[in-house]
Each structure stands twice: as structure tokens, then as C-alpha cells.
Design a protein around this ligand. Structure first.
Ligand SMILES: Cc1ncc(COP(=O)(O)O)c(C=O)c1O
Length: 449
């Protein structure tokens, strides 16, 4: 069961720590079965309740999972091994299109914005007891939400989308609760949910967003929350269409207890309208990160939601980090006020690269997806083979394993670093590696995979 490894400890937290450190160091492998409660209790000469408490702690931390009579096992993806770690070494000379970063040339320079923030700081420094969100930033965010039809609600601010998603889920859910997540979907959300001790329930997506029948199934399976990416879905590029949003909204209206989290991370750099799911259930939040438009290091996300959710998130935030630095807030105000990023130009720049790549692949008989954002998703039958084959041909792409729970394999190609001259050679390399059965494959644009 555990090979030579001996779990040690007399108290619940020591026993949990002994298991957690073995998982962290790789001595206990994903999928490995832990001893039954009574057996371990006998071996350690402790009460079975102590072992039960240790296992509960480990479950809550996302280290193990318990499947009824089959007992407890080390999670396939423990919180200690994030999907980001599934990286490939990029040898010199190989083009890296695996990272999902924005095009550096499309990010605004920050010197003017940070200097303006420093000047403002000198005149009116942010101190303990001040307002957590800069009033001008909040007003600009509210106006942008209104312009996109986001329901009314107070404004809050976190250090990025993932921070906001975690805080919103924490405000309503308890360890063990189920959360519907896109599959394939953003690896960070797929890691975060089990790391919080929550249970991910996969929902399939196509180019228009999550499939309603799958969302209904997830809710029937007990999902208490649904996290969706409105546009620029990572990795597939899906964007929720008006028709899909209407269908999902009427489904959610019948399940008002479901917490809805809209992640609109590509706001400011897509040309497709927002069709969000917020506002039909009792509790919801819509989150807009500045990471993609202004760069991942400007770690800030504005969110709105129903008053209870925003109030809980703000209250808990106050007890920890307190607020997001006003220097960063003022820098974002400056970037917004000066129109530092032209959304149409940026959307066009990414759109041209995506469309050209998807078209070039289709001409070579390869079906690919990329409706919005900065990524193109190519379904493949052998992910490892595709990644290795492309690496040999000079391209490092992201293996779909970083984005999948149970959905079929694929690879993600980030178009940010591509120039028009890259498109043909890249499409040739993908086609050569996949050796598609025939041109019919190019018309398969249904459910991913
Ligand atoms: C779907 C999705 N949401 C949000 C983000 C940005 O998250 P954060 O603001 O935490 O950097 C990303 C970044 O890759 C993403 O893929």
C-alpha cells in the first residue's frame, strides 16, 4: 500500500503533516492508497478518531480524496503539484508558444502610470483606515460594467482573478462542496478547486461556452457553484454567445442557490460582446483582471457581485491582505484615463494571428479552435507525441494535460509571439505531426475533442 513509507505522529496534525510531506517529496505517489483508519490507528496506537481527523485535514487541504468504501487515496493532482509544473524544457532555438502570456509589444509601458501613482501618493498617501478601493477606479470599473450590461452591484478589488475566484468560493462554499468547472479549462482554477478541498465537476465546452446539458448534469450532481470564462476561454478560445448565455441563464434561474462566477479576464482586448451569466441566481460575481491587458505583474482584478457576496469577500479581505496597494490602483486609473491600451487594436492584433493560424491549419486538414483571446486549441489523439513531435520541429506548445480533467487530449498554441511569417511553418509542423486522416477533420468544430 505505502511501500516502505511509515506514517508517523500521535496527534491529527502530526499524522497529516507526515502524509503531506511524503506527498510533497514524491515518496507517496498520486493514486496511492492510504491505510484504513482502524489499521493506521492500531499501528500508531492512537484513537481512530485521531486518524479520521488527520484524514479530514488532508482532504480539506486537497492532498487526499476519499471515495466511500474504496478508502482514501493521494489525489491524482495534489495541491503540491500544480498543473503549471507540467512544463516542457524549451531547448535553445525552439520557439516557445506554450506559456499563455500576452504579447509584450501590446502591453503599455508602466513608467508614466507608476510615476503618476507616486505623485498622487506624495499628495495623498493611502494609510490604515482609508477606503480599500480608489473611488476613481471604482467609478471607472462600474461604468465599464454598466456599458457591458453587468448587473448592478458594489465594486471590490483583489490581487488578480484567481485571488478573486478563491475569495468568492470561500464566501459561500465549504470543503467537500462540488464546483462545476470548464473542461478543458484554466489550469489554475482546476488546481485551486481541489486545493480548497472542493470537488470539481467537469462541464464540457464548445466554441460558444459551457454546454447547457452538462451544466444541468453538474447541478444535478450537486454542484453549488459554477465558474465560467466569458471570453477568451483558456485554452480553447471559446466565448459565450448570446444564445448560449440565454439558455444557461434560464437554466440557472431554476437553480437560484448556485453561486455563479463569471471570469472576464480578456476585458479590454476582445472585440466580442460580453454575455455573462451573473445576476440570475442569488449569489454571483463577475471578475475582471488587468493581467492580460496591462501585464500579469499588475496583479489586480475588479469584481462586482450581489451585496452579500461582495460584503463577505471585502470583510474577509480586510482581515488579511487588507487592500490592494493604492500605488497599483492609481497606476491602473492612469492607464485607463490615458487610453494606454487600445482595445480594438489589441483585439485585432490577436484576432489576426488566431484566425490566420486556424485557417492555415484547416487548409492542411487540421481542426482547431480559437474564437477569441490569445490561444488556439488543437485536439490531438496523442498529446505527448504531439508535444514531442512539435518540439523536434522547433515549436514548444502546452500539453493539454494542464487544462483537462476528463476531456479528450489536445495541445494549446499561444499566438502572442507569432508573426505573419510564422503561421505557415507552424501550421506545416502541426500538420506533419498530426498526420490527419483527411480534410474532413477540419470541419469538426463541435464539442472539443
Ligand atoms: C481564464 C483566465 N482567467 C484569468 C486569468 C488571469 O488571472 P490573474 O488575474 O489571477 O493573473 C487567466 C490567465 O491566464 C486566465 O487564463
Amino acid at each position: 500500500m505505502l511501500g516502505d513509507y511509515r506514517i508517523t505522529g500521535r496527534g491529527a496534525s502530526d499524522i497529516a503533516a507526515s502524509v503531506e510531506s511524503a506527498v510533497g517529496s514524491g515518496v507517496l505517489r498520486p493514486g496511492e492508497a492510504l491505510p484504513p483508519l482502524r489499521e493506521l490507528a492500531q499501528e500508531l496506537e492512537v484513537n481512530p478518531n485521531t486518524v479520521a481527523a488527520a484524514y479530514r485535514l488532508l482532504r480539506d487541504r486537497g492532498v487526499i480524496e476519499t471515495a466511500g468504501r474504496r478508502g482514501s487515496r493521494v489525489r491524482a493532482r495534489p495541491a503540491t503539484a500544480p498543473r503549471d509544473a507540467i512544463r516542457i524544457e524549451v531547448p535553445p532555438g525552439v520557439r516557445d508558444i506554450s506559456a499563455g502570456n500576452p504579447d509584450l509589444a501590446l502591453l503599455p509601458p508602466l513608467d508614466g502610470a507608476l510615476a503618476a501613482a507616486a505623485v498622487r501618493h506624495a499628495a495623498a498617501p493611502a494609510l490604515y483606515g482609508g477606503v480599500p478601493v480608489d473611488p476613481e477606479l471604482a467609478a471607472a470599473a462600474r461604468a465599464a460594467f454598466d456599458a457591458d450590461g453587468v448587473p448592478a452591484g458594489p465594486i471590490g478589488l483583489t490581487s488578480g482573478s484567481l485571488d478573486a475566484i478563491e475569495r468568492v468560493l470561500t464566501a459561500h462554499l465549504r470543503p467537500g462542496d462540488a464546483v462545476a468547472v470548464e473542461d478543458p479549462g484554466w489550469g489554475s482554477t482546476l488546481d485551486l478547486v481541489p486545493a480548497m478541498g472542493l470537488r470539481p465537476v467537469p462541464v464540457a465546452v464548445d466554441d460558444e461556452g459551457p454546454l447547457p446539458a452538462d451544466v444541468a448534469r453538474a447541478i444535478r450532481a450537486g454542484a453549488r457553484a459554477l465558474v465560467v470564462t466569458d471570453r477568451g476561454q483558456n485554452p480553447t478560445g471559446a466565448a459565450i454567445s448570446a444564445a448560449r448565455a440565454a439558455e444557461l441563464r434560464s437554466l440557472l434561474a431554476e437553480h437560484r442557490h448556485v453561486l455563479v462566477v463569471d471570469d472576464d479576464h480578456v476585458h479590454g482586448l476582445v472585440d466580442l460582446p460580453l454575455h455573462c451569466l451573473s445576476g440570475v441566481t442569488d449569489h454571483w460575481a463577475l471578475i475582471r483582471s488587468t493581467a492580460k491587458a496591462y501585464g500579469p505583474d499588475l496583479r489586480l482584478a475588479l469584481y462586482t457581485g450581489d451585496p452579500v457576496t461582495v460584503d463577505r469577500v471585502r470583510g474577509r479581505h480586510r482581515l488579511g491582505a487588507g487592500w490592494v496597494s493604492h500605488l497599483l490602483q492609481r497606476a491602473v486609473v492612469h492607464l485607463w484615463e490615458t487610453g494606454a491600451v487600445d482595445p480594438e487594436r489589441t483585439a485585432r492584433a490577436y484576432g489576426e494571428r488566431r484566425d490566420a493560424l486556424v485557417r492555415a491549419l484547416a487548409e492542411r486538414g487540421v481542426a482547431a479552435h480559437g474564437r477569441s483571446g490569445m490561444n488556439v486549441w488543437v485536439p490531438v489523439s496523442d498529446e505527448t507525441g504531439a508535444v514531442a513531435g512539435l518540439l523536434q520541429r522547433g515549436w514548444a506548445v502546452a500539453p493539454g494535460a494542464r487544462f483537462r480533467l476528463g476531456s479528450p487530449p489536445g495541445v494549446r498554441l499561444t499566438v502572442s509571439p507569432l508573426t505573419p511569417d510564422d503561421i505557415g511553418p507552424l501550421a506545416d509542423a502541426v500538420a506533419a505531426v498530426l498526420r490527419p486522416a483527411g480534410p474532413g477533420a477540419a470541419t469538426d468544430l463541435g464539442r472539443y475533442g
